[in-house]
Design a protein around this ligand. Sequence first.
Ligand code: PLP
Length: 396
Amino acid sequence: MSFNADDFRDLDPGERVLMGPGPSDVPGRVLQAMAAPCIGHLDPAFLSIMDETQGLLRYLFQTENALTIPVSGTGSAGMETCFVNLIEPGDEVVVCVNGVFGTRMCDIVTRVGGRLIRVDAQWGETIDPDAVSHAVKGKDPKLLAVVHAETSTGVLQPLEELSRIAKEAGALFLVDMVTSLAGLDVALDRMGIDAAYSGTQKCISCPPGLSPISFSPAALEVLNNRKTPVISWYLDMSMVSNYWGGERKYHHTAPINMVYGLREALRIIAEEGLEARFARHSVNHRALVAGLEAMGLSMLVAEGERLPMLNAVRIPEGADDLKVRRALLGDFGVEIGGGLGDLAGKIWRVGLMGHSSRRKNVFLFLSALETILKGQGVKVQPGALEAASSEYQSGD
Ligand SMILES: *Cc1c(COP(=O)(O)O)cnc(C)c1O
Protein backbone atom coordinates (compact mmCIF):
# COMPACT_ATOMS: atom_id res chain seq x y z
CA MET A 1 0.00 0.00 0.00
CA SER A 2 1.38 3.39 -0.94
CA PHE A 3 0.14 6.64 0.55
CA ASN A 4 -0.74 9.51 -1.74
CA ALA A 5 -1.54 12.69 0.21
CA ASP A 6 -3.70 13.97 -2.67
CA ASP A 7 -6.19 11.16 -2.05
CA PHE A 8 -7.04 12.64 1.35
CA ARG A 9 -8.44 16.14 1.29
CA ASP A 10 -8.75 18.36 4.38
CA LEU A 11 -11.47 17.14 6.71
CA ASP A 12 -14.72 18.90 5.85
CA PRO A 13 -17.92 17.27 7.10
CA GLY A 14 -19.93 20.39 6.19
CA GLU A 15 -22.40 22.22 8.40
CA ARG A 16 -25.73 20.84 9.51
CA VAL A 17 -28.68 21.83 11.62
CA LEU A 18 -29.08 18.80 13.87
CA MET A 19 -32.79 18.26 14.52
CA GLY A 20 -32.79 14.49 14.83
CA PRO A 21 -32.77 12.22 17.89
CA GLY A 22 -29.16 13.21 18.66
CA PRO A 23 -26.48 14.36 18.34
CA SER A 24 -27.68 17.94 18.71
CA ASP A 25 -25.88 21.10 17.59
CA VAL A 26 -22.73 21.76 19.60
CA PRO A 27 -21.98 25.37 20.62
CA GLY A 28 -18.67 26.76 19.38
CA ARG A 29 -17.53 27.27 22.98
CA VAL A 30 -17.69 23.51 23.59
CA LEU A 31 -15.69 22.68 20.47
CA GLN A 32 -13.15 25.33 21.43
CA ALA A 33 -12.78 23.90 24.94
CA MET A 34 -12.10 20.48 23.42
CA ALA A 35 -9.22 21.96 21.43
CA ALA A 36 -7.34 22.94 24.64
CA PRO A 37 -4.01 21.14 25.21
CA CYS A 38 -4.28 17.51 26.22
CA ILE A 39 -2.64 17.07 29.63
CA GLY A 40 -2.16 14.02 31.83
CA HIS A 41 -5.06 12.30 33.56
CA LEU A 42 -3.32 12.67 36.94
CA ASP A 43 -2.10 16.23 36.35
CA PRO A 44 -3.25 18.46 39.24
CA ALA A 45 -4.81 20.86 36.72
CA PHE A 46 -6.88 18.04 35.26
CA LEU A 47 -7.89 16.80 38.71
CA SER A 48 -9.38 20.25 39.40
CA ILE A 49 -11.21 20.13 36.08
CA MET A 50 -12.65 16.73 37.11
CA ASP A 51 -13.85 18.16 40.45
CA GLU A 52 -15.51 21.09 38.70
CA THR A 53 -17.16 18.79 36.18
CA GLN A 54 -18.56 16.64 38.98
CA GLY A 55 -19.88 19.72 40.76
CA LEU A 56 -21.61 20.91 37.60
CA LEU A 57 -23.07 17.44 37.02
CA ARG A 58 -24.52 17.42 40.55
CA TYR A 59 -26.14 20.77 39.79
CA LEU A 60 -27.65 19.37 36.60
CA PHE A 61 -28.87 16.11 38.20
CA GLN A 62 -30.04 18.17 41.22
CA THR A 63 -28.33 15.78 43.61
CA GLU A 64 -25.86 15.54 46.47
CA ASN A 65 -24.76 12.06 45.34
CA ALA A 66 -21.00 11.61 45.81
CA LEU A 67 -20.78 9.10 42.96
CA THR A 68 -21.73 11.44 40.11
CA ILE A 69 -19.30 11.09 37.20
CA PRO A 70 -19.11 10.91 33.43
CA VAL A 71 -18.57 7.30 32.34
CA SER A 72 -16.20 6.88 29.37
CA GLY A 73 -18.54 5.90 26.56
CA THR A 74 -21.89 6.95 25.10
CA GLY A 75 -25.32 6.70 26.74
CA SER A 76 -25.47 2.94 26.26
CA ALA A 77 -22.28 2.59 28.31
CA GLY A 78 -24.07 4.42 31.12
CA MET A 79 -27.02 2.05 30.76
CA GLU A 80 -24.72 -0.95 30.97
CA THR A 81 -22.83 0.60 33.90
CA CYS A 82 -26.01 0.81 35.97
CA PHE A 83 -27.07 -2.78 35.33
CA VAL A 84 -23.69 -4.47 35.70
CA ASN A 85 -22.96 -2.66 38.96
CA LEU A 86 -26.36 -2.93 40.61
CA ILE A 87 -27.53 -6.42 39.74
CA GLU A 88 -26.02 -9.88 40.18
CA PRO A 89 -26.94 -13.14 38.47
CA GLY A 90 -30.31 -14.35 39.74
CA ASP A 91 -31.57 -10.92 40.85
CA GLU A 92 -35.10 -10.03 39.83
CA VAL A 93 -35.23 -6.89 37.71
CA VAL A 94 -38.34 -5.06 36.54
CA VAL A 95 -37.93 -3.28 33.20
CA CYS A 96 -40.63 -1.06 31.69
CA VAL A 97 -40.68 -1.27 27.90
CA ASN A 98 -42.46 1.12 25.53
CA GLY A 99 -39.78 1.65 22.91
CA VAL A 100 -36.28 0.86 21.69
CA PHE A 101 -34.41 1.81 24.83
CA GLY A 102 -36.52 -0.20 27.27
CA THR A 103 -35.93 -3.14 24.93
CA ARG A 104 -32.18 -2.51 25.11
CA MET A 105 -32.33 -2.57 28.92
CA CYS A 106 -33.98 -6.03 28.76
CA ASP A 107 -31.17 -7.27 26.52
CA ILE A 108 -28.55 -6.13 29.04
CA VAL A 109 -30.42 -7.56 32.06
CA THR A 110 -30.61 -10.95 30.36
CA ARG A 111 -26.92 -10.90 29.43
CA VAL A 112 -25.98 -10.03 33.02
CA GLY A 113 -27.99 -13.01 34.24
CA GLY A 114 -30.81 -11.06 35.88
CA ARG A 115 -34.31 -12.55 36.10
CA LEU A 116 -36.27 -10.21 33.89
CA ILE A 117 -39.77 -9.07 34.83
CA ARG A 118 -40.94 -7.12 31.83
CA VAL A 119 -43.81 -4.61 31.82
CA ASP A 120 -44.82 -3.55 28.32
CA ALA A 121 -46.88 -0.69 26.96
CA GLN A 122 -47.80 0.16 23.40
CA TRP A 123 -45.02 2.12 21.64
CA GLY A 124 -46.18 5.74 21.71
CA GLU A 125 -47.92 5.37 25.09
CA THR A 126 -46.77 5.70 28.71
CA ILE A 127 -46.20 2.82 31.13
CA ASP A 128 -49.23 2.19 33.34
CA PRO A 129 -48.15 2.24 37.03
CA ASP A 130 -50.92 -0.26 37.87
CA ALA A 131 -49.35 -2.78 35.49
CA VAL A 132 -46.03 -2.29 37.30
CA SER A 133 -47.67 -2.71 40.73
CA HIS A 134 -49.26 -5.90 39.49
CA ALA A 135 -45.97 -7.22 38.10
CA VAL A 136 -44.03 -6.73 41.35
CA LYS A 137 -46.71 -8.31 43.55
CA GLY A 138 -45.21 -11.30 45.39
CA LYS A 139 -41.77 -10.63 43.89
CA ASP A 140 -38.56 -9.36 45.41
CA PRO A 141 -37.06 -7.12 42.74
CA LYS A 142 -33.62 -5.62 43.23
CA LEU A 143 -34.23 -2.89 40.69
CA LEU A 144 -37.03 -1.18 38.78
CA ALA A 145 -35.91 0.46 35.55
CA VAL A 146 -37.68 2.89 33.25
CA VAL A 147 -36.86 5.29 30.42
CA HIS A 148 -37.85 8.86 31.29
CA ALA A 149 -37.78 10.19 27.72
CA GLU A 150 -38.27 7.43 25.13
CA THR A 151 -36.45 8.87 22.14
CA SER A 152 -37.81 6.24 19.78
CA THR A 153 -41.41 7.38 20.25
CA GLY A 154 -41.40 10.84 21.85
CA VAL A 155 -43.18 9.72 25.04
CA LEU A 156 -42.57 11.39 28.40
CA GLN A 157 -42.90 8.93 31.29
CA PRO A 158 -44.17 10.33 34.62
CA LEU A 159 -41.86 9.09 37.38
CA GLU A 160 -43.57 9.82 40.72
CA GLU A 161 -45.80 6.73 40.87
CA LEU A 162 -43.06 4.40 39.68
CA SER A 163 -40.64 5.81 42.25
CA ARG A 164 -43.18 5.06 44.99
CA ILE A 165 -43.78 1.52 43.69
CA ALA A 166 -40.02 0.85 43.64
CA LYS A 167 -39.63 2.07 47.24
CA GLU A 168 -42.56 -0.02 48.45
CA ALA A 169 -41.09 -3.10 46.76
CA GLY A 170 -37.69 -2.42 48.34
CA ALA A 171 -36.14 -2.01 44.91
CA LEU A 172 -33.69 0.57 43.61
CA PHE A 173 -35.24 2.99 41.10
CA LEU A 174 -33.18 3.36 37.91
CA VAL A 175 -34.05 5.97 35.31
CA ASP A 176 -32.69 6.43 31.77
CA MET A 177 -32.21 10.20 31.39
CA VAL A 178 -30.23 10.15 28.17
CA THR A 179 -32.68 12.42 26.38
CA SER A 180 -34.36 14.15 29.32
CA LEU A 181 -31.35 15.46 31.26
CA ALA A 182 -30.86 19.21 30.64
CA GLY A 183 -34.21 19.53 28.86
CA LEU A 184 -36.67 18.38 31.54
CA ASP A 185 -36.77 18.69 35.32
CA VAL A 186 -35.07 15.59 36.73
CA ALA A 187 -34.37 16.26 40.40
CA LEU A 188 -32.74 13.00 41.44
CA ASP A 189 -32.88 13.48 45.21
CA ARG A 190 -36.38 14.95 45.31
CA MET A 191 -37.80 12.27 43.01
CA GLY A 192 -36.26 9.35 44.92
CA ILE A 193 -34.15 8.16 42.00
CA ASP A 194 -31.32 5.79 43.01
CA ALA A 195 -29.44 5.56 39.76
CA ALA A 196 -29.54 7.55 36.55
CA TYR A 197 -27.50 7.76 33.40
CA SER A 198 -27.45 10.16 30.49
CA GLY A 199 -25.46 11.00 27.37
CA THR A 200 -23.61 14.10 26.27
CA GLN A 201 -25.01 14.48 22.74
CA LYS A 202 -28.70 15.05 23.42
CA CYS A 203 -29.88 18.01 25.55
CA ILE A 204 -26.39 18.64 26.98
CA SER A 205 -25.22 19.55 23.44
CA CYS A 206 -21.69 18.21 23.69
CA PRO A 207 -20.37 15.67 21.16
CA PRO A 208 -21.11 11.99 21.93
CA GLY A 209 -18.56 10.16 24.05
CA LEU A 210 -19.38 10.50 27.74
CA SER A 211 -22.25 9.21 29.83
CA PRO A 212 -22.97 11.12 33.05
CA ILE A 213 -24.21 8.79 35.80
CA SER A 214 -25.22 9.24 39.43
CA PHE A 215 -25.71 6.66 42.20
CA SER A 216 -27.59 7.38 45.44
CA PRO A 217 -26.24 6.20 48.83
CA ALA A 218 -28.68 3.25 48.61
CA ALA A 219 -27.27 2.27 45.21
CA LEU A 220 -23.72 2.58 46.56
CA GLU A 221 -24.64 0.26 49.43
CA VAL A 222 -25.88 -2.34 46.96
CA LEU A 223 -22.64 -1.96 45.00
CA ASN A 224 -20.50 -2.28 48.13
CA ASN A 225 -22.34 -5.37 49.36
CA ARG A 226 -22.09 -7.42 46.18
CA LYS A 227 -21.31 -11.11 46.55
CA THR A 228 -19.83 -11.37 43.06
CA PRO A 229 -17.44 -9.04 41.23
CA VAL A 230 -18.93 -6.69 38.63
CA ILE A 231 -18.76 -8.66 35.37
CA SER A 232 -17.39 -5.70 33.41
CA TRP A 233 -13.87 -4.67 34.40
CA TYR A 234 -14.03 -1.40 32.46
CA LEU A 235 -17.36 -0.25 33.92
CA ASP A 236 -16.77 -1.43 37.50
CA MET A 237 -17.73 1.63 39.53
CA SER A 238 -16.07 0.33 42.68
CA MET A 239 -12.77 0.85 40.84
CA VAL A 240 -13.64 3.81 38.59
CA SER A 241 -14.91 5.79 41.60
CA ASN A 242 -11.45 5.52 43.18
CA TYR A 243 -10.11 7.61 40.32
CA TRP A 244 -12.94 10.17 40.31
CA GLY A 245 -13.16 10.14 44.11
CA GLY A 246 -10.53 10.77 46.78
CA GLU A 247 -7.76 8.31 46.00
CA ARG A 248 -7.13 9.31 42.37
CA LYS A 249 -6.06 5.79 41.64
CA TYR A 250 -5.42 5.07 37.96
CA HIS A 251 -8.04 2.77 36.44
CA HIS A 252 -8.28 3.76 32.78
CA THR A 253 -7.11 6.94 31.07
CA ALA A 254 -9.88 9.53 31.19
CA PRO A 255 -10.91 10.92 27.77
CA ILE A 256 -9.28 14.24 28.72
CA ASN A 257 -10.55 16.50 25.95
CA MET A 258 -14.06 15.07 26.10
CA VAL A 259 -14.14 16.09 29.76
CA TYR A 260 -13.12 19.63 28.74
CA GLY A 261 -16.04 19.68 26.33
CA LEU A 262 -18.51 18.38 28.89
CA ARG A 263 -17.33 20.89 31.50
CA GLU A 264 -17.92 23.75 29.04
CA ALA A 265 -21.35 22.41 27.99
CA LEU A 266 -22.33 22.16 31.67
CA ARG A 267 -21.06 25.68 32.31
CA ILE A 268 -23.29 26.95 29.49
CA ILE A 269 -26.25 25.12 31.04
CA ALA A 270 -25.57 26.63 34.48
CA GLU A 271 -25.27 30.12 32.95
CA GLU A 272 -28.69 29.75 31.34
CA GLY A 273 -30.20 28.25 34.51
CA LEU A 274 -32.27 25.09 34.70
CA GLU A 275 -35.69 26.78 34.87
CA ALA A 276 -34.98 28.96 31.83
CA ARG A 277 -33.61 25.98 29.93
CA PHE A 278 -36.68 23.84 30.60
CA ALA A 279 -38.98 26.74 29.63
CA ARG A 280 -37.05 27.23 26.38
CA HIS A 281 -37.45 23.55 25.48
CA SER A 282 -41.15 23.77 26.27
CA VAL A 283 -41.99 26.86 24.21
CA ASN A 284 -40.05 25.72 21.14
CA HIS A 285 -41.83 22.37 21.31
CA ARG A 286 -45.25 24.02 21.52
CA ALA A 287 -44.44 26.27 18.58
CA LEU A 288 -43.25 23.34 16.48
CA VAL A 289 -46.36 21.29 17.25
CA ALA A 290 -48.63 24.28 16.52
CA GLY A 291 -46.92 24.70 13.14
CA LEU A 292 -47.12 21.01 12.24
CA GLU A 293 -50.77 20.79 13.24
CA ALA A 294 -51.60 23.94 11.29
CA MET A 295 -50.12 22.23 8.23
CA GLY A 296 -52.55 19.37 8.81
CA LEU A 297 -50.04 16.89 10.23
CA SER A 298 -50.69 14.96 13.44
CA MET A 299 -48.49 13.96 16.34
CA LEU A 300 -47.95 10.31 17.33
CA VAL A 301 -48.18 10.92 21.08
CA ALA A 302 -51.23 12.25 22.93
CA GLU A 303 -51.07 15.82 24.22
CA GLY A 304 -49.75 15.94 27.77
CA GLU A 305 -47.50 12.91 27.22
CA ARG A 306 -45.18 14.47 24.67
CA LEU A 307 -41.49 15.14 25.07
CA PRO A 308 -40.46 18.74 24.50
CA MET A 309 -37.12 17.71 22.98
CA LEU A 310 -38.27 14.93 20.64
CA ASN A 311 -41.34 15.36 18.48
CA ALA A 312 -42.77 12.32 16.73
CA VAL A 313 -45.00 13.42 13.87
CA ARG A 314 -46.94 11.10 11.59
CA ILE A 315 -45.75 11.07 7.99
CA PRO A 316 -48.66 12.51 5.98
CA GLU A 317 -50.49 10.56 3.31
CA GLY A 318 -48.62 10.58 0.00
CA ALA A 319 -45.26 11.72 1.40
CA ASP A 320 -42.16 9.64 0.71
CA ASP A 321 -40.26 9.27 4.01
CA LEU A 322 -36.78 8.93 2.54
CA LYS A 323 -37.25 11.49 -0.24
CA VAL A 324 -38.41 14.12 2.25
CA ARG A 325 -35.55 13.48 4.67
CA ARG A 326 -33.04 13.48 1.82
CA ALA A 327 -34.35 16.87 0.61
CA LEU A 328 -34.26 18.30 4.14
CA LEU A 329 -30.60 17.34 4.47
CA GLY A 330 -29.53 18.05 0.90
CA ASP A 331 -31.40 21.30 0.25
CA PHE A 332 -31.62 22.77 3.75
CA GLY A 333 -28.85 21.05 5.75
CA VAL A 334 -31.45 19.90 8.27
CA GLU A 335 -31.14 16.44 9.81
CA ILE A 336 -34.20 14.76 11.34
CA GLY A 337 -34.76 11.11 12.29
CA GLY A 338 -36.98 8.42 10.83
CA GLY A 339 -39.06 5.93 12.77
CA LEU A 340 -37.62 2.78 14.38
CA GLY A 341 -39.08 -0.73 14.50
CA ASP A 342 -42.80 -0.82 13.78
CA LEU A 343 -42.80 2.96 13.46
CA ALA A 344 -40.34 2.95 10.52
CA GLY A 345 -41.89 4.75 7.57
CA LYS A 346 -44.75 5.98 9.79
CA ILE A 347 -43.19 8.85 11.76
CA TRP A 348 -40.49 11.46 11.60
CA ARG A 349 -38.60 12.30 14.77
CA VAL A 350 -37.82 15.98 15.04
CA GLY A 351 -35.38 16.85 17.80
CA LEU A 352 -35.28 20.16 19.62
CA MET A 353 -32.49 19.25 21.99
CA GLY A 354 -30.24 21.60 23.91
CA HIS A 355 -28.54 24.08 21.58
CA SER A 356 -30.78 22.89 18.71
CA SER A 357 -33.90 23.98 20.60
CA ARG A 358 -34.12 27.44 19.07
CA ARG A 359 -36.83 29.56 17.54
CA LYS A 360 -34.92 29.97 14.28
CA ASN A 361 -34.69 26.17 13.92
CA VAL A 362 -38.44 25.81 14.45
CA PHE A 363 -39.11 28.28 11.64
CA LEU A 364 -36.42 26.84 9.39
CA PHE A 365 -37.79 23.33 9.78
CA LEU A 366 -41.45 24.30 9.27
CA SER A 367 -40.74 26.29 6.14
CA ALA A 368 -38.36 23.67 4.74
CA LEU A 369 -40.86 20.87 5.35
CA GLU A 370 -43.73 22.86 3.81
CA THR A 371 -41.62 23.67 0.74
CA ILE A 372 -40.53 20.07 0.27
CA LEU A 373 -43.98 18.54 0.79
CA LYS A 374 -45.58 20.98 -1.67
CA GLY A 375 -42.79 20.33 -4.17
CA GLN A 376 -43.45 16.61 -3.92
CA GLY A 377 -47.17 17.07 -4.50
CA VAL A 378 -48.35 16.50 -0.92
CA LYS A 379 -51.29 18.66 0.20
CA VAL A 380 -50.54 20.88 3.19
CA GLN A 381 -52.62 23.59 4.84
CA PRO A 382 -51.22 27.13 4.93
CA GLY A 383 -50.41 29.04 8.13
CA ALA A 384 -47.71 26.95 9.83
CA LEU A 385 -45.39 29.87 10.55
CA GLU A 386 -48.23 32.05 11.81
CA ALA A 387 -49.36 29.28 14.18
CA ALA A 388 -45.82 28.82 15.50
CA SER A 389 -45.41 32.54 15.81
CA SER A 390 -48.50 32.95 17.93
CA GLU A 391 -47.16 30.36 20.42
CA TYR A 392 -44.21 32.65 21.06
CA GLN A 393 -46.51 35.61 21.56
CA SER A 394 -48.83 33.88 24.05
CA GLY A 395 -46.49 34.55 26.97
CA ASP A 396 -43.66 32.39 28.37
C1 PLP B 1 -29.67 7.87 22.69
C2 PLP B 1 -30.27 7.08 23.79
C3 PLP B 1 -29.60 6.01 24.42
C4 PLP B 1 -28.30 5.47 23.92
O1 PLP B 1 -27.29 6.38 23.90
P1 PLP B 1 -26.04 6.22 22.90
O2 PLP B 1 -25.30 7.48 23.19
O3 PLP B 1 -26.58 6.12 21.52
O4 PLP B 1 -25.29 5.01 23.32
C5 PLP B 1 -30.22 5.42 25.49
N1 PLP B 1 -31.43 5.79 25.93
C6 PLP B 1 -32.11 6.80 25.35
C7 PLP B 1 -33.44 7.19 25.87
C8 PLP B 1 -31.55 7.47 24.26
O5 PLP B 1 -32.23 8.46 23.67
